[in-house]
Ligand binder design. Structure first.
Ligand code: NI
Length: 193
């Protein structure tokens, strides 16, 4: 995670109003040019496209398994929120597919993703692909990333955002990763119908 990217996305999202109780109201990201077709590979080595998730809500988070801090923290929150929803509103939870898209495909092979995603939620799907396919899906989701060499290898700076996408594949909102899991649960319950 890179503070520059965080700043960019924060500036973008600051202009978006928080949602109120009751009727869902207009989605904060309604009409935003975020999302689109993709062709990737999941943690089992199976080819996956956006069409496989048609009709289901999706949480889309970009990161990488070697991320030392931000990604595991965020994924733990998303996983905790989904586990709460699994218990409290299983029908709602079942409508949501959580996706973790790597921006480090060189290291995040399907096998590496398989070791990783199960730590956070049993339904979390890890997605990787060719460098070009990853670049394309990141661009479609307005996610930036950049290799940052270190003495022992490299880190990846990347945009920190978890999108909630609707059953039509269009963006609804970003989830409040800066808050605790209950706030994420509330947001999911607000939008997922
Ligand atoms: Ni990260």
């Amino acid at each position: 995670m890179n503070s520059m990217f965080r700043g960019v996305i924060a500036a973008t999202l600051l202009t978006l109003a928080a949602c109120g109780a009751g009727s869902p109201g207009e989605a904060p990201l309604a009409g935003a040019r975020i999302g689109g077709p993709f062709a990737l590979v999941d943690q089992n080595g199976k080819s996956v496209t956006d069409a496989d998730f048609a009709g289901r809500y999706r949480i889309v988070y970009f990161g990488y398994t070697y991320c030392p801090d931000v990604c595991p923290t965020d994924l733990a929150k998303i996983g905790a929120a989904l586990r709460t929803l699994d218990k409290r509103a299983p029908a709602t939870a079942a409508k949501i597919v959580p996706l973790f898209v790597t921006i480090d495909p060189a290291r995040d092979t399907p096998a590496q993703l398989k070791l990783y995603v199960g730590n956070f939620h049993p339904r979390l799907i890890g997605l990787t692909g060719t460098p070009d396919a990853i670049a394309a899906v990141a661009k479609a989701y307005a996610v930036a990333y950049m290799k940052q060499p270190t003495p022992s290898g490299y880190l990846m700076g990347h945009t920190q955002v978890a999108y909630l996408m609707g059953p039509d594949g269009k963006p609804i909102t970003s989830l409040p990763l800066e808050k605790d899991p209950p706030a994420i649960v509330a947001e999911l319950e607000h939008w997922v119908r």
